[in-house]
Design a protein around this ligand. Structure first.
Ligand code: ADP
Ligand code: MG
Length: 459
């Protein structure tokens, strides 16, 4: 069934899925159109799983299952998408690509419909988690708990660590493992802020005792992600405290994650903190460079990127921070770039991706490094490059190159770059950049020199 709101609203909203979940022709045509414009790999990876959820005369809303893809599609494909839509419908619309809202997530299992919760993602498995020194302990504890929920000393198990280090992956891997071993087990995965919403909704609808019974009687394994959001929510914490006690007493396993050790989560009640210490608190640290390489390899294999060289892997592992989410993002971007340009993945492409990750690059570009690398290459003094006067021909060229690299490798404005070089005007910086760019276009040796200087500064 298609639902049209009245024209009087000056906005027609069409739900693009009918109640049987069939997707209408227009959307299929758009996808076909896009398919013809993209390589098969890219289409399958980013577009085959898109869902069109809303359409109005000026806007079409599309949902992508992965957050990284949302960013990527928005950045690289929005225009193409809009073009495809226009070609198929003759209409100019804005396409909004977004991640499904939590409320759209599927119920965890049918018997849980009273309190739907969040479904486990199939992708989070022990088998595709790369174990390094940083995560060995957390991994072993999680695995032990998954094999014998409620029967180890690790109850509760609390895993803490910074963002993007694999906490959600591990906690969901426990859930997936337990479900795989025994389909009957009721695994409840929830983030603490969803738990809070559930609690508030139940209060509003006079269903608090129902909620409480539900957790006590229907849950065999409780997985609570991102505990830190309970901070300062005293009533929610109180409810959780009672649920925790009841489950624990009944020998049910509880697993939690947090961005900090519980004693450092501000606004968390003492009695909860002490409960968490009954079991085991383990941390996940950022992966070291070898582990980052192993993670990149694994992610590349999973995406069937076999032709990615060791050099590229090593370069990415040494340039990107310990955040695994970023490592994963870099691999996906590489695949995308290689397919857009229809070329092999090389260091240059990897470097562009690292630069585009901007502030998250592990090795923050040190401005002094730029000056000293350039000064060394042109055999001039660092100070000469930075001075106000013109200097020799070599000094002038070194300065232009340094300005160019500084603009390219940092987030500095033209004005700030000028200020660093003896308080020069921003138009001088523009001139320097243009001069270097022109020379790079006409002289391939010079271009190679600039690339190698860039490499030296970054690695
Ligand atoms: P957190 O919950 O700690 O913020 P996530 O578990 O969401 O981090 O991890 C971010 C991304 O990185 C996920 O896609 C996850 O699969 C991946 N990831 C994290 N650590 C690892 C690892 N050790 N091996 C493989 N993938 C990992
Ligand atoms: Mg997480």
């Amino acid at each position: 069934m298609w639902i049209f709101c009245s024209h009087a609203y000056n906005r027609i909203v069409i739900l693009l899925k009918d109640n049987k979940g069939t997707v209408p022709m227009i959307w299929q045509q758009c996808l076909q159109n896009l398919k013809s414009k993209l390589s098969e790999a890219v289409f399958q990876m980013y577009f085959a799983n898109l869902d069109c959820v809303e359409e109005s005369p000026s806007k079409v809303v599309v949902e992508a299952p992965h957050e990284v893809d949302v960013q990527l599609i928005n950045r690289s494909y929005k225009g193409l998408f809009e073009l495809a839509y226009q070609e198929e419908t003759g209409r100019n619309v804005e396409i909004e690509i977004r991640h499904p809202r939590k409320s759209h997530s599927e119920p965890a299992q049918p018997s849980f419909t009273a309190f739907p919760g969040i479904a486990l993602s199939d992708e989070y498995r022990f088998t595709n988690f790369v174990v390094g020194k940083n995560s060995q302990f957390a991994y072993s504890a999680a695995y032990a708990v998954a094999q014998a929920p409620g029967k180890t000393k690790f109850n509760p198990l609390l895993i803490y660590g910074g963002s993007g280090l694999g906490k959600t992956h591990l906690i969901q891997a426990i859930g997936n493992f337990v479900k795989q071993q025994n389909h009957e087990k009721h695994v409840r995965y929830i983030t603490s802020d969803d738990f809070m919403r559930e609690y508030v909704e139940s209060l509003k609808n006079d269903r608090i005792s129902e909620l409480s019974m539900f957790y006590r009687n229907k849950v065999d394994l409780l997985l609570m992600d991102d505990l830190q959001f309970l901070s300062g929510r005293n009533e929610t914490q109180n409810e959780f405290f009672h649920i925790f006690n009841a489950l624990h007493q009944a020998g049910k396993q509880i697993v939690l994650t947090s961005d900090h050790p519980p004693s450092e989560v501000k606004g968390l009640e003492e009695r909860l903190i002490s409960r968490f210490q009954w079991g085991l608190c383990v941390d996940i640290q950022p992966p070291d460079v070898e582990t980052r390489e192993a993670i990149l390899r694994k992610k590349a294999d999973a995406l069937k990127l076999d032709d990615i060289s060791d050099d590229v892997i090593k370069f990415l592992a040494s340039s990107i921070d310990g955040n695994v989410r970023l490592l994963e993002g870099a691999v996906r971007k590489l695949l995308l770039q290689a397919s857009i340009r229809n070329s092999e993945i090389d260091i240059e492409m990897a470097r562009e991706i690292v630069v585009s990750l901007g502030t998250t690059i592990r090795k923050r570009i040190n401005l002094d490094d730029i000056i000293s690398v350039v000064a060394e290459y042109f055999s001039v003094d660092d100070d000469k490059i930075l001075e106000g006067g013109r200097g020799t021909k070599e000094v002038a060229q070194a300065r232009q190159v340094a300005m160019f690299l500084m603009k390219e490798l940092s987030n500095l404005s033209l004005k700030s770059v000028g200020r660093r070089f003896g308080d020069r005007d921003h138009s001088t910086v523009v001139h320097a950049i243009k001069t270097v760019q022109k020379l790079m276009e006409s002289d391939t040796t010079f271009k190679r020199t600039i690339e190698s200087l860039k490499h030296k500064i970054q690695v």
